[in-house]
Design a protein around this ligand. Structure first.
Ligand code: UDX
Ligand code: UDX
Length: 471
């Protein structure tokens, strides 16, 4: 199948590389000349496991890069729109990039085309895309608009794409659905997984994945509802963690107890410093906004967002409680990315926390295995960038763990202890066992679990009696 993908961001680039690996002929279109030059010269613009291998395999053969949208549409049976849909100031999804792509498509229609929404968009967007294409003189039977939401997570995007829990296709007629069925046949028919060169999948992958065909509107809603539900799960457990802190319970034990209920499940139940990234924050606001427009006040989402923001404030209070005053204190920070496994810092709670700590007069030395270059674009030289975790900890009054990178969970604790000026660790991601941290001589704070301290530290030095005033 000949496929055009418009937008070579996280979603478009990963989708393009994976479609090429599934045997399709893909043209990836972008209007950012720098990005195109980088892709053409063999660079891999994002940190994503297996993406370098896939680009190497298909670049210049079944995967080409272009700024010519018209030519790409002419050459393709399906056109996937994967341009950004950033939030407006009112929290709506800004669909102007989607519209500008839809306006160009009609002039390149030379046979039946399926235009596929891949970006996360509010319900009704497919109707608008259809109207815009018709308004620009495309014959009504020369195209259809489908919705094919993408559920990939950054860091595991390639395996999420190739080994999905399910593939959702929103199509309002069989002609249109058939095109998407053919595109995904290598996955749904299972042939991809039999290939010796297939990208290896996760242990519990569902092979072959089910294909769910819905109306376009339902598919648009599935994407928003899915992200909102996952964010709600995270805010729920963060709220439970706060109760645990108040009563001296352990949220990890609570999670084990509720996550083993198969109706709830253990995933997305990790408390922390709140969710971030390019999707959850923006999609929750957009879902709330579109629901309001359609006459439903989705107040539950207000609370999910509020708890998420509060979670950062609670973490700041922990830093205050551990260190008393902050001006002039030196903090080691582990993690700047919005989550482990990615170099993405969009809406990263780690970066937001660092910015607040700088405003409070702290000196910060941070280390992130992948996100440092991107963080420099936002934080400039306001912080020191360390070359590893131990350098970040060197001479620090406390160490803050802000991103759940695997490598942060297996540090040499004796070495860390030697590097820190005061052996205080404030862990926003619950990467360590409190008792073992205390046994290694640390005063250790985490989320939803009692603070732990070496026996020699008096309790009042760990939990000062007053609350920080900025809370
Ligand atoms: C995508 C989806 O667009 C978003 O809706 C979803 O919620 C998350 O994933 P992402 O892939 O992260 O976003 O977007 P981004 O990294 O911003 O990439 C968009 C690309 O589209 C950029 O390379 C940009 O240059 C390109 N673009 C944008 C165009 O080619 N044409 C345009 O008119 C606008
Ligand atoms: C999310 C969705 O999971 C994905 O399906 C969609 O396509 C895009 O948005 P992504 O933003 O890449 O993916 O990351 P995800 O793994 O969902 O994490 C989002 C945020 O939630 C991160 O900041 C992460 O640290 C946080 N998180 C996640 C938690 O705090 N606790 C958890 O248990 C899980």
């Amino acid at each position: 199948m000949h496929i055009a993908i418009v937008g070579s961001g996280y979603v478009g680039l990963v989708a393009g590389a994976c479609f090429a690996d599934m045997g399709h002929q893909v043209i990836l279109v972008d209007n950012d000349q720098q990005k195109l030059a980088a892709l053409n010269s063999g660079q891999v613009p994002i940190h994503e496991k297996f993406l370098p291998e896939l680009l190497e395999r298909h670049r210049g053969r079944s995967l080409t890069f272009s700024d010519d949208l018209r030519a790409a549409v002419e050459a393709s049976a399906a056109v996937f729109i994967a341009v950004g849909t950033p939030p407006t100031e009112q929290g709506h999804a800004d669909l102007s990039y989607v519209e500008s792509v839809a306006r160009i498509i009609p002039s390149a229609i030379n046979g039946y085309k399926v235009v596929v929404e891949k970006s996360t968009v509010p319900v009704y967007t497919s109707e608008w895309i259809r109207k815009i294409i018709l308004r620009n003189a495309a014959p009504p039977d020369s195209f259809d608009v489908a919705s094919n939401p993408e559920f990939l997570r950054e860091g595991t995007a390639v395996t999420d794409f190739l080994y999905p829990d399910r593939i959702v296709v929103g199509a309002d007629n069989e002609r249109c659905a058939a095109v998407l069925r053919t595109i995904y046949a290598p996955l749904t028919g299972g042939s991809y997984y039999k290939r010796p060169d297939a990208i290896p999948g996760p242990d519990q992958a569902q092979i072959p994945p089910p294909l769910i065909i819905t109306s376009t509107k339902s598919a648009e809603l599935i994407k928003h509802a899915c992200n909102a539900f996952l964010a709600m799960k995270i805010s729920f457990i963060n709220a439970v963690a706060s109760v645990c802190e108040s009563v001296g319970a352990n949220v990890q034990q609570v999670c084990q107890g509720i996550g083993t209920d198969s109706r709830i499940g253990p995933r997305f139940l990790n408390p922390g410093i709140g969710y971030g990234g390019s999707c959850f924050p923006k999609d929750l606001m957009a879902f709330r906004a579109v629901a309001r427009e359609c006459g439903y006040e989705f107040r539950l989402l207000d609370e999910v967002i509020r708890i998420n923001e509060d979670q950062r404030q609670r973490f700041l209070r922990k830093v205050h409680n551990a260190l008393w005053t902050l001006r002039g204190k030196r903090l080691g920070v582990l993690g700047l990315a919005f989550k482990g496994g990615t170099d993405d810092i969009r809406e990263s709670p780690a970066v937001l926390l660092v910015q607040t700590l700088l405003q409070e007069g702290c000196k910060v030395a941070a280390y992130d295995p992948a996100a440092q270059e991107r963080a420099k674009e936002v934080l400039n030289s306001s912080i020191e960038y360390a070359s590893d975790a131990y350098e970040a900890a060197r001479g620090a009054d406390a160490l803050l763990i802000l991103t759940e990178w695997d490598e942060f969970a297996s540090l040499d604790l004796d070495r860390l202890h030697r590097e820190l000026k005061y052996s205080i660790v404030i862990d926003g991601r619950n990467l360590y066992d409190p008792d073992s941290m205390a046994a290694h001589g640390f005063t250790y704070y985490s989320v939803g679990r009692p603070a732990a301290m070496p026996e020699s530290v008096p309790v009042e030095a760990v939990v000062p009696p007053r609350k920080a005033s900025h809370s």
